[in-house]
Design a protein around this ligand. Structure first.
Ligand code: FAD
Ligand code: FMN
Ligand code: SF4
Length: 666
């Protein structure tokens, strides 16, 4: 039975019982149970499949992946899906440590994972997956297979599957479903979304077959329906079979919502118990919506599908950004279960915090897609704001033997993360910040409207956690040695970040930089602006100046704008710049700035840009703390410098540095 124990802590494994006992629930629909076939979920909070690449190299379950799932189950997630789970190792395993379910030998590890989730009252299913054409020779040692032989940059051209191979592959999904049921999974999910094998059959762009699996819509969905019918026949009528699909491919010439609805109806008739509505394919906008995109970016599709079928609907897309919206989708009947994806990477305690009605304590996902960028680069999942992801199995934040008075200088993400972890371990922490705001450059990054909610959300979270953990946060205080002496600390941590670089070309001394323009509201900026530097900072500045009605040109000396960003964020920002009519010039190096004019070298020629204001966004350099450090050391106080080695780095570097130093300091 769920109850509030003597210490006032909530038994999070039995949310529903507590609600019935009379708690006033803000998220009453999210915390109501649902029965789907033979499976009852204690709440409507689900973790969608998200590639971690934490499995062992042979596809078996590792301690790392178990730790990652446990942490989320412990904190109240009702249902969890294992990422792309390989049904066909020979042809269909993704690059870099996917989970596999294609052989009985994986059964024992999978069963351990299931048992672990059940300990916490969570239900779990694998997402049966085959890459199809999103594959390379190098990864599988042979030519990839797909419905048709169509080239795709970044992958090796597949050969067309024979009729016999289609039959064999269908059977592999069935065998995997049988194994899933045997090892104790509560359901089985079929991955029919996002441009992988099943959706390659459905899309007219990737299926040019002339046989019964190609051509007409009925033929293109035959592969999916055959898998569903045969999986259903194999697992019996009660075992839940979910099907994840893109209701709209979001690509010109691809399948659209109209076909998505017919597809959903056909899948229902074929025997699915759940439709899991996602969107997108290869070359489409990301199904993991980015900063500035609306919360219903994907979820609008769920309501359309829901009204066309009888089976329960799951949906995803930025729900953690706005849990009230998730709640309203359930209340109005547009969906039955809500996936919280990246928000559960960013904060595994999300369900508990929602249940306790403290959404302000949820560490916000920035919707930056650094996590996806990293897994697409074939490394284990990491997160910009949650430095502990993937370390759950080995690192527990333990209390220290000797409590210290620690002074942290700088309230950027590095300093704040250090302070939070150190305070959680029992130290007495004070943070001194020279600005009138906390957050460091994250605060500045949140000035453009499109990033405000996420970036300032993170700053608010840090302030909230400081209050909660008894960290003293002192603003408007530029630190020099005498101030440090006054606090009598046992240890000083310098997390002072970086300041804007000074450009050296003629005329540069007169111009402002992105940092000050973003902070001062662009007060002295004329109508026509040239920004020197097309990194993420230059892009943010451009977006901000467009909000202010300025005409903006970016000059970038590299061959690409936003080069330092992950591939998803970069392509999103390039589109944003285009849609907002920001002109960009690459391979364009500024050589001189004079009144109203810039001379730049592009492709061996000198060209002139005329403008009212020039602003530098050419980079940052690390604060030089050497004088401060040696004077602190001379006074016999321990001191260390943390943060990016060069420039400003990324939020991920800052939070990881902050966490690891506080974690290891005794
Ligand atoms: C416009 C812009 C957009 C950005 N967008 C992104 C993004 O989308 N994603 C991303 O990952 N990164 C982004 N970044 C980079 C990111 O903000 C930094 O990597 C991160 O803030 C570095 O954290 P930090 O804590 O090490 O340093 P900082 O954020 O620089 O914080 C250092 C703090 O120390 C304070 N300080 C310095 N000296 C003293 C002193 N003597 N006394 C008291 N206080 C002092 C400073 O005032 C500052 O608040 C952006 C940066 C900018 C400028
Ligand atoms: C790092 C990462 C990996 C993902 N991997 C998968 C996957 O293996 N299978 C899948 O169907 N969707 C995958 N997705 C998409 C998510 O399941 C989800 O639909 C999407 O992120 C939108 O939800 P969110 O905004 O709550 O994150 C992945 C998303 C992320 C961020
Ligand atoms: S990396 Fe960014 S998008 Fe991914 S979970 Fe973390 S904060 Fe969210």
């Amino acid at each position: 039975m769920g109850q509030i124990d003597g210490s006032g802590k909530i038994d999070i494994q039995n949310f529903e019982t507590i609600r019935v006992e009379g708690e006033v629930m803000e998220y009453r629909n999210l915390f109501s149970p649902i029965t789907i076939g033979s499976m009852t979920l204690k709440n409507r909070i689900s973790m969608p499949p998200m590639y971690t690449k934490y499995a062992n190299a042979d596809g078996s379950i590792s301690e790392r992946i178990k730790g990652y799932f446990s942490e989320r189950a412990k904190n109240g997630v009702g249902f969890m899906l294992i990422e792309n789970t390989c049904v066909d190792w020979e042809y269909g395993h993704s690059i870099g440590n996917p989970v596999a379910i294609c052989n009985d030998r994986f059964g024992a590890g999978l069963n351990e994972l299931v048992e672990e989730m059940h300990k916490y009252g969570a239900k779990i299913a694998p997402e049966l997956h085959h890459t199809g054409r999103l594959q390379t020779w190098k990864n599988i040692g042979r030519q990839p297979i797909a419905p048709s032989s169509i080239e795709l940059p970044g992958y090796d051209t597949p050969r067309e599957m024979t009729a016999e191979e289609i039959e064999l592959t269908i059977q592999k999904y069935v065998d995997a479903a049988i194994l899933a049921q045997k090892v104790g999974f509560d359901a089985v999910w079929i991955h029919g979304a996002h441009g992988y094998l099943i959706s390659q059959f459905v899309s007219p762009l990737t299926n040019l077959r002339k046989d019964q699996f190609g051509g007409s819509f009925e033929n293109r969905i035959r592969f999916s329906l055959e898998i569903v019918r045969r999986v259903r026949a194999a697992v019996g009528i009660h075992f839940p079979v979910g099907f994840r699909f893109s209701a709209d491919e979001w690509v010109p010439g691809g399948f659209c919502l109209e076909e998505g609805i017919q597809y959903a109806q056909a899948l229902e008739l074929a025997g699915v118990t759940v439709l899991d509505v996602s969107a997108g394919g290869v070359g489409s906008p990301s199904n993991s919506p980015m900063q500035g995109q609306p919360v219903n970016f994907v979820a609008y599709l769920a309501g359309k599908i829901k009204s066309s079928v009888q089976v329960p609907i799951f949906t995803a897309g930025s729900m953690g950004t706005n849990p009230q919206f998730a709640e309203s989708l359930l209340a109005e009947g547009s969906a039955d279960v809500i996936h919280f994806g990246r928000s559960l990477i960013a904060d595994p305690e999300l369900p508990r915090k929602l249940f306790e009605n403290h959404p302000e304590e949820i560490r916000p996902c920035l919707r930056c897609n650094e996590c996806q960028g990293i897994v697409l680069n074939h490394q284990g999942l990491q997160c910009a704001v949650n430095p502990c992801v993937g370390r759950e199995y080995k690192e527990k934040i333990l209390p220290v033997a000797t409590k210290k008075k620690i002074l942290v200088i700088g309230a950027g993400p590095c300093g704040m993360q250090y302070a939070i972890t150190a305070a959680q371990r029992g130290h007495k922490v004070t943070v001194l910040e020279k600005n009138k705001f906390a957050g460091g450059l994250v605060y500045v990054a949140g000035v453009p409207v499109y990033k405000k909610k996420e970036l300032w959300g993170l700053v608010k979270y840090y302030e909230k956690m400081a209050l909660k953990l008894g960290i003293t946060l002192v603003l408007n205080t530029e630190v020099e040695t005498d101030i440090i002496e006054w606090y009598e600390p046992d240890q000083v941590v310098l997390a002072t970040g970086a300041h804007p670089l000074k450009d050296k070309m003629p005329g540069a001394a007169e111009i402002e930089n992105a940092y000050s323009v973003l902070l001062n509201g662009a007060v002295n900026v004329g109508k026509r602006v040239v920004i020197i530097g097309g990194s993420g900072v230059g892009t943010d500045l451009a977006m901000y100046l467009r909000e202010k009605g300025k005409d903006v040109v970016i000059l970038e000396m590299l061959d690409e704008v936003c080069r330092e960003l992950n591939v998803l964020l970069r392509s999103y920002l390039l589109n944003l710049l285009k849609d907002n009519h920001v002109e960009t010039y690459t391979n364009c190096q500024v050589i001189e700035i004079s009144q109203g004019k810039i001379l730049a070298q592009k492709d061996g020629q000198v060209i002139t840009f005329e403008c009212d204001t020039v602003i530098s966004a050419t980079g940052f350099e690390r604060e030089d703390d050497s004088v401060l450090m040696s004077s602190i050391t001379r006074r016999g106080i321990q001191v260390k410098r943390i943060g990016a080695e060069k420039g400003t780095g990324h939020i991920m570097t800052a939070t990881r540095q902050g966490f690891l130093h506080a974690f290891m300091d005794d």
